[in-house]
Design a protein around this ligand. Structure first.
Ligand code: GLU
Ligand code: ZN
Length: 528
């Protein structure tokens, strides 16, 4: 195992310029799995040096997304819920404004904009040692350089003209009021190489790199510089990130070497592509994690799916518990080539997870510690307000049972309100009866008689249990020499308005005698 004995400290370092997307979540996951497997430390660091595009909302979205997926971090910004008196089981999820962000961990601050002094210190040190220099070039000069390079068909890069300014020249520029950036003195010859855990040996020719900016004139660092300073200061052992960064790595390695620092190990994990082979983007459907939460994917199903984007076990296992992911994950088994995002497979996996959960487990996930938005939506459908009384607890209990009756068929949590609302309403109205159900099932000769007869028999049942109902209806079917479907379908449509749903007898028993009879009467009166 590479780096087997070293203590593991890894980080997820998003730029808070938008929602957490699937690619970011996958990178976070690989870091997290690796840390948890090795008993290491997982750090969240916010790379917010793009002052224009970074927002607090994005930081919150990232934190929320990681929490939701079930990844905990040992160091970094985190939010704590403000204490609320006596949180009840059915309380709503707290709004984000009720949350407050605080840092945890000894290597903070974990926001780059709060670490500007550090970047300045090390930039000065590189100037002192002759590995970096101040560049006073004006925008127009840089633009000219670019144009000239393009004309001469050279890759545009800074020509290094400020490398050897005399103190007098610098003084003159400063007096003119020019602001300086600090550039790294990239070696003009040689190659920079590293051994990537996923990609193997990677090498870049130094002459293709330029004297990149480390520190901008306003004192904010560029990505390549800040990331090196922070990875070093935070004692990062393994840098695990998307391979879109692989061309940045030689610059970072040169910085480590110039600063005399030991390098971390690198693992560049493959990009995620859409089914058409282009980089995953909005065109391939939703890419933000938020969307998957809102649609009602289970976080554990999404975690499982993300783990398989760029990693697989030898035997191509598909479904993993969280514990199995932690023990089986390995950077060495990550793919070199891109992973393809397949929304159909994700949907299938979500259904698998829901189907396999015990009803109690499923209910707990939907209702604890807060009622999920999906349960809130059910309550809204049936016009019930979340309250703190016994009656409300009884309603919740009914919701729980209704869900368990439909659980096998649920693919997305957002479908729950539609799937179960008819089971919870007192009366059905015309709009609850689907046209298809009315046309294909009720408009068949003999249905009226069947419903009359069954109504009679059900009305006489004292014990409205699933078993008793089944016996009664089956007897009727036999005695009247009809096919089961001939009898079962109209009953289902009469009590639900639909052709599909949970097992008929369980459904009837759940609805209770009174509602069943009312609904059959309603059907006979209105549709037959
Ligand atoms: N802020 C960088 C990004 O979001 C971090 C890259 C890295 O992990 O080094 O892409
Ligand atoms: Zn210059």
């Amino acid at each position: 195992m590479i780096g087997g004995s070293m203590s593991v400290r890894v980080r997820f370092a998003p730029s808070p310029t938008g929602f957490l997307h699937l690619g970011g979540a996958r990178t976070a996951l690989f870091n997290w799995l690796f840390a948890r497997q090795r008993g290491g430390i997982f750090i969240l660091r916010i790379e917010d040096t793009d002052e224009v595009r970074s927002t607090d909302e994005a930081v919150q979205a990232i934190i929320h997304g990681l929490h939701w997926l079930g990844m905990d971090w040992d160091e970094g910004p985190d939010y704590r819920e403000l204490p609320t008196a006596g949180i009840l089981e059915f309380k709503r999820r707290p709004e984000s404004k009720e949350l407050e962000i605080k840092d945890k961990g000894k290597y903070g601050p974990y926001f780059q904009m709060k670490r500007l002094d550090l970047y300045k210190k090390y930039a000065e040190r590189l100037i002192q040692s002759g590995r970096a220099y101040r560049c006073y070039c004006l925008l127009e000069q840089l633009e000219e350089m670019r144009k000239k390079a393009l004309e001469e068909k050279r890759p545009p890069k800074y020509d290094g003209r400020c490398r050897n300014l005399t103190p007098e020249e610098e003084e003159r520029y400063r007096k003119e009021g020019r602001k300086a950036v600090i550039r790294f003195k990239t070696p003009r010859e040689g190659v920079t190489e590293f051994e990537d855990i996923v990609r193997g040996k990677v090498s870049f020719e130094n002459k293709l790199l330029d004297d990149f900016v480390m520190l901008k004139s306003n004192g904010t660092p560029t990505y390549n510089f800040a990331v090196v300073v922070d990875d070093r200061e935070m004692e990062i052992s393994h840098v695990i990130r998307g391979d879109d960064h692989i061309s940045n790595t030689p610059r970072q390695i040169l910085l480590y070497e110039a600063l005399g620092w030991e390098k971390p190990l690198f693992a560049h994990i493959p990009m995620i592509l859409g089914s058409d082979g282009s980089r995953l983007s909005k065109r391939h459907g939703a890419t933000s994690l938020n969307y998957y939460e809102e649609q009602g994917y289970l976080p554990q199903a999404l975690m499982n799916y993300l783990a398989l984007l760029g990693w697989a076990t030898e035997d191509s296992q598909q479904i993993f518990t969280r514990g199995e992911l932690i023990t089986k994950f390995s950077l060495e088994r990550c793919a070199k080539s891109a992973a393809i995002f397949d929304p159909q497979k994700l949907l299938w996996m979500n259904g698998e997870y829901i189907r396999k959960m015990k009803p109690d487990e499923f209910w707990n996930q939907l209702s604890k510690p807060f009622l999920s938005p999906f349960i809130m939506a059910v309550l809204k459908e049936i016009s019930v307000e979340a309250k703190e009384d016994e009656e409300f607890q009884e309603i919740l209990h009914k919701v729980k049972i209704a869900i368990s009756l439909e659980q096998e068929k649920i693919k997305l949590l957002k479908d729950i309100p539609y799937l179960i609302k008819y089971m919870l309403k007192e009366d059905l109205e015309n709009k609850d009866y689907e046209d298809d159900a009315k046309d294909k099932v009720l408009k068949v000769s003999g249905v009226k008689q069947i419903l009359f007869d069954c109504r009679d028999r059900l009305a006489r049942l004292e014990d409205f249990s699933e078993e008793k109902i089944e016996k009664e209806i089956r007897n009727y079917t036999q005695e009247s020499s009809r096919k089961t479907s001939e009898v079962f379908h109209p009953i289902r449509v009469a009590v639900s308005g639909r052709t599909r749903g949970p097992g008929l007898f369980a459904l009837l028993s759940f609805l209770g005698k009174e509602r069943v009879l009312k609904r059959i009467d309603y059907t006979i009166r209105n549709y037959l």
